[in-house]
Design a protein around this ligand. Structure first.
Ligand SMILES: [Fe+2]
Ligand SMILES: [Fe+2]
Length: 187
């Protein structure tokens, strides 16, 4: 299973929030800001707790250190942004600053870090698949069967379903396996 595909989908979701916030106002604006803040913090925590420590031997310590530093800067940016009222002058500038930092970081992950892990870290990706999914659920992040199915081969889902004691895993379709696994993880 390639969890980096799920992380890339998180990146797309965050980019869409960055695009929608400037045009929104009132309660809509506030709820998009809350959504962005929650999603980014959960995404960073997931990467820091499960992905980064596991890929360090593959990417080297420097790459992971740089990624952690960029996360810390993003948190500082979010704190500064949330210190302003959404309709206050300066809010959009603070939002733009967070966006610029995040887009830079996302580009590094998608152009350097993730491709390297896919190329040289296949075993690592397999090892972290289940802890990754479990923490994702724990952090309240989107964990749908479609995303799980898209990030995995059928054989991988069968193996994981058996490990999670899903009954009848051997005779299920790919989408049934994904549904059963998500149900197990959410239980
Ligand atoms: Fe990321
Ligand atoms: Fe990251």
């Amino acid at each position: 299973m390639d969890v980096t595909k799920m992380l890339e989908q998180d990146h797309r979701d965050a980019e869409s929030l960055f695009d929608r916030i400037p045009a929104a106002d009132g309660a809509d604006r506030q709820s998009l800001i809350d959504e962005l803040n929650t999603a980014l913090r959960a995404h960073m925590e997931l990467e820091e707790r499960v992905l980064y420590p596991a890929i360090e031997p593959v990417t080297g310590a420097e790459e992971v250190e740089e990624a952690n530093t960029e996360h810390a800067l993003a948190r500082d940016g979010l704190d500064a942004m949330l210190g302003l009222a959404p309709d206050e002058p300066g809010f959009d500038g603070a939002l733009e600053a967070v966006k610029a930092g995040i887009l830079h970081h996302v580009e590094e992950e998608e152009r350097e870090l993730f491709p390297k892990v896919r190329k040289d870290g296949g075993t690592v990706l397999e090892q972290i698949a289940m802890p990754f999914m479990q923490l994702r659920v724990e952090l309240g992040m989107p964990m749908d069967a479609g995303a799980l199915s898209a990030a995995s081969s059928k054989d991988e889902l069968v193996t994981e379903a058996k490990a999670a004691n899903v009954e009848g895993a051997g005779s299920m379709t790919k989408s049934e396996l994904a549904d059963a696994l998500v149900a197990k993880m959410s239980a």
